[in-house]
Design a protein around this ligand. Structure first.
Ligand code: AMO
Length: 426
């Protein structure tokens, strides 16, 4: 097609003859007068047909076309006090581009009460809904702002592999894949690769899918999620926490600036977050919980009550509960504490990170201490033998972060096509 179509939001600024394309959002038939609310990604406009005043063909079509069909409308734009937005189109021509089958498989109305699992079964239709579109418009702002922030600061956007030969997060939460005659795995994280890039190109960032074969089905876990990662040479845990602090503030400010309509639609009031740094030791004392264990969802909720609207950096965790690649304090394999942290926001862990072990012999000792075999990590260990600076980084889960920001009940709401224990389609 050789023309630029006009979005509905821009049609409101025009005069006289207009042409719009979109989905039939709603139809009302008052026998002598018929209305179609036409919707595209930018907004909605009313199409008004009065019997006898428009062609009989167009008037009949206004009643026979089904909801969610895609149509093209030509007509005259008129001021109207009753119409939403103060304007309506009196149609001279309607062309049906794609007729939708009816009934629809799920209710896609603004007040739809269809349950989440059914909506996800028909996600392609669920994505017709303004509220759902609002979530993903905001998620798009998040990834754009993340990328913008770090590219402006001289980070290299890297593309890590998705098929790997050994675990990067220790543990057993790996999906196996057959890779010719070898066994391979889906990447749990770009961890080892972003470190190799930071040790050569200094500052790396990526937005990449990762896979976790965790069997539990929760409202905050997916088996495939996207991570927004950074890694920086010549930086310790404090420097990268500060970097996250200003990146998250920038991302939130971009959402406030660009997504006012979407935030209103979702009923979300966003503020630039405050920031608090608290050591693991102090956090344990504050919560009066057992030392040496991870924070439970209940602990995270309590911390959110104590520090609302705050990114809480809980730093210097015990070595025992951090991955093998996190630097023990003082570079000593026997240290109890590490240079690793978690960031909590709105009652959930949105990120973890820390300083890494860049010393090959210390890395081997730590792998053994964690019950892992250094032989399985040979190429990773070797990468630190030829000029590797100290370095640190972190990862924010994209869907988890969107869930927290928008107060969504279930992380699946923040993932277009979620993969969980039971879901592999669509
Ligand atoms: P971690 O495993 O803590 O750390 O993951 C970092 C962040 O990714 C998100 N996340 C998840 N989101 C949804 N479903 C999951 N199953 C899931 N698992 C993780 C969370 C979490 O905070 N390599 C390290 C990071 C680093 O040190 O740079 C890592 O992957 O938001």
């Amino acid at each position: 097609m050789s023309f630029m179509r006009t979005y509905i939001k821009d049609v409101f600024k025009k005069k006289g003859k207009v042409e719009v394309y979109g989905w039939v959002h709603d139809i009302r038939d008052l026998s002598k007068i018929r209305f179609i609310i036409l919707r595209d990604i930018s907004g909605r406009i009313q199409i008004t047909g009065v019997k006898g005043k428009i062609s009989a063909k167009v008037f009949n079509l206004m009643d026979s076309v089904s909801r969610e069909s895609v149509i093209k409308v030509r007509g005259n734009l008129k001021d109207s006090k009753q119409a939403p937005g103060g304007k309506e189109i009196i149609p001279t021509e309607i062309e049906v581009i794609a007729l939708a089958e009816s009934p629809l498989l799920i209710d896609v109305g603004d007040r739809s009460k269809t349950e989440l699992s059914k909506r996800l079964d028909y996600r392609f239709l669920d994505l017709h809904r303004a509220k759902i579109q609002a979530i993903f418009k905001i998620e798009s702002t998040i990834t754009t702002a993340f990328r913008e922030y770090f590219i402006k600061k001289g980070f290299i956007e890297m593309q890590p592999p998705s098929v790997i030969s050994s675990a990067s997060e220790g543990g057993t939460e790996l999906f196996s894949v057959k890779y010719f005659e070898k066994n391979a795995y889906l990447a749990q994280s770009p961890q080892l690769y972003k470190q190799m890039v930071a040790c050569s190109m200094e500052k790396a960032m990526t937005i990449t899918p990762v896979w976790r074969a965790e069997k539990h089905n929760t409202i905050r876990h997916l088996n495939e999620c996207r991570q927004m990662d950074i890694e920086m040479a010549f930086a310790g845990q404090i420097e990268v926490m500060k970097e996250m602090e200003s990146a998250v503030k920038y991302i939130v400010s971009e959402i406030i600036k660009n997504n006012k309509k979407e935030l209103d639609l979702l009923g979300v009031k966003l503020k630039i977050p405050k920031v608090k740094y608290l050591s693991y030791d102090k956090t344990v004392k504050l919560l009066k919980i057992k030392y040496g264990e991870d924070l439970s969802p209940e602990d995270e909720r309590k911390l959110n009550e104590k520090f609302p609207d705050t990114i809480l950096f809980v730093h210097s965790w015990p070595v025992k509960i951090k991955p093998f690649y996190i630097m023990p304090k003082g570079g000593n394999v026997d240290s109890k504490l590490s240079e690793g942290f978690d960031a909590l926001y709105k009652g959930m862990e949105i990120s973890s990170g820390g300083q890494r072990i860049h010393l090959p012999s210390l890395l081997e000792k730590m792998l053994r201490k964690k019950g892992l075999n250094p032989k399985d990590f040979k190429s990773y260990i070797d990468s630190f033998k030829f000029g590797a600076p100290y370095h640190s980084g972190w990862s924010i889960g994209l869907e988890r972060f969107t869930q927290c920001l928008l107060g969504l009940d279930n992380i699946r709401e923040a993932c277009m096509f979620p993969r969980d224990r039971d879901r592999l389609t669509p």
